[in-house]
Design a protein around this ligand. Structure first.
Ligand code: MN
Length: 480
């Protein structure tokens, strides 16, 4: 796979532009940073090679993400589909990429210029812009319909990524498989192939420049977490915690959040995807924040849990140390050739055994683990892939080795995944002493599988209980 240039070459100019804002934080600043054209060209070439290997007449058809309406005449902020982005680098809506595997050509079909709309949305790529982004040929709609129809008619095999755009999918199928007896020649003339799993496998193993981008996203997210932790001694509402992270990551160049911020205090930390972030922070409560920015379309996924006051209570501390121990146990199992499942089981086992030690689970350890009693306290997955999407694509199974590996996939260098055990004891949980209730803890880091083992890309953000307390207290001191 081609080693592509890091986007870091853009940094000096950016840092000087934002120097006044970022005086305390330099050199982090990733406004507008994108991967180079060669990266997208390399991805197209690899996909075209796969399509060509399927036989002559293969055409890859990739549709951009449709606009998502919100309410009234509003729309959600447009973010390109990750597959489309990975193959084109194009951020514009209403675009279709055609890869002709026989000829090795890339044709980009884009929306026509519309002066009225461009007053609102800014300039459109047009034919010139499409070619400047690496297209061999380009056309604008509606004239581009003809280019599309001809390519579809000629193709023997259509490798389709339609982004759940039903209108587009129907159109492709109508052209590819015309209805009516006159066209029926006793057999299908074309085959249709789902392109998504092919691109998913490509995206699963990250190229060096992608790892750099994920690191950028992680780095700005670390700054966001630090800002929220440092501010929390004076925060009185979850909204301020979320705002501290979101303001920071955006100031450092994250156009998008990697996902909606989860900032829950006390029992709200037990709601896994807590969406409200608007409740008071009561004295003595923990704050669980699962939040990250996205840089140049690459995500991060980090969770920290800290005491709002700067000091864990004994119960909070006992559970916190257990979650951290579970995460460490999981990380020990992350290396090439080991099953992904092994790391997940190792983390879960530590949680289960620890809960027995604390008296929260009754009985003998081995039996308790097998019964899955721990699931009540840890009801979510402990690890997932990460990349252009926060829950990134790629199969977790290995069908050809299903039996040997128990259905789980051996890890490979270049995979990026999270490790995120937690323990959640909401207020009112049955059969649990009141002193444990209202505690939700998760610790989550972004992990790169390396040839030797793994590297924690978010290790710079403190995780040990004393270190976390120190960060929170340092913020309290600053304001005195
Ligand atoms: Mn996660």
């Amino acid at each position: 796979m081609p080693r592509c240039r890091s986007a870091l070459f853009l940094l000096p100019a950016l840092v000087s532009t934002f120097a006044p804002v970022l005086a305390a934080q330099a050199p982090l600043a990733y406004h507008g940073v994108r991967l180079p054209k060669a990266f997208f060209a390399g991805n197209r070439a690899r996909l075209m090679a796969r399509a060509k290997a399927m036989g002559p007449g293969s055409l890859v058809v990739v549709k951009s993400m449709p606009l998502q309406p919100s309410s009234g005449d509003g729309e959600h902020l447009y973010r390109q589909d990750s597959d489309f982005y990975y193959l084109t680098g194009v951020e514009e809506e209403h675009a279709v990429a055609l890869l002709d595997a026989d000829k090795g050509t890339y044709t980009l079909l884009v929306q026509a210029s519309d002066p009225r709309r461009e007053i609102y949305d800014g300039p459109r790529l047009g034919v010139e812009g499409a070619k400047a982004r690496g297209a061999d040929e380009a056309a604008v709609f509606p004239a581009a319909e003809k280019t599309l129809n001809e390519a579809l008619a000629k193709a023997k095999r259509i490798v389709l990524i339609d982004n759940f755009d039903e209108t587009f999918r129907t159109k492709v199928l109508d052209v590819a498989y015309p209805k009516g007896a006159a066209t029926w020649k006793g057999d299908y003339e074309k085959s249709l192939v789902d392109g998504r799993p092919i691109v998913a496998e490509m995206r699963l193993i990250k190229q060096p420049c992608e790892i750099d981008m994920i690191q950028h996203a992680v780095d700005v997210s670390i700054e966001g977490h630090l800002a929220a932790m440092r501010g929390s001694a004076s925060f009185t509402n979850e909204g301020q915690v979320a705002a501290a992270l979101e303001g920071t990551v955006r100031a450092l160049g994250a156009r998008f959040l990697a996902y909606e911020t989860i900032a829950g205090a006390g029992s709200n930390g037990c709601v896994l995807h807590y969406p409200f972030n608007d409740q008071p922070i009561l004295p003595g409560s923990l704050i669980l924040m699962d939040a990250s920015g996205e840089v140049g379309y690459y995500t991060s996924d980090i969770t920290r849990t800290w005491p709002a006051s700067g000091t864990f209570s004994p119960e909070q501390r006992a559970l916190y140390d257990l979650v951290l121990k579970a995460q460490e146990a999981g990380l020990q199992e992350v290396r090439p050739g080991r099953l992904h499942e092994a790391s997940i089981r190792a983390a879960a086992r530590v949680v289960s055994d620890g809960l027995v030690d604390l008296g929260l689970i009754k009985g003998e350890k081995e039996a308790a683990f097998k019964r899955g009693d721990w699931n009540k306290f840890l009801p979510h997955g402990i690890s997932h892939y990460l990349g252009l999407d926060v829950h990134d694509v790629g199969s977790y199974g290995a069908p050809s080795e299903f039996h040997r590996h128990g259905g789980m996939r051996p890890l490979e260098a270049g995979m990026v995944l999270t490790m995120e055990p937690g323990i959640y004891i909401p207020k009112g949980m049955e059969g649990v002493d009141a002193k444990w209730q209202g505690i939700g803890i998760r610790i989550e880091d972004v992990i790169l599988v390396t040839p030797e083992g793994c590297r924690n890309l978010s290790a710079r953000l403190p995780r040990k209980a004393e270190e976390v307390e120190k960060v929170v207290r340092s913020g309290a001191k600053l304001r005195k």
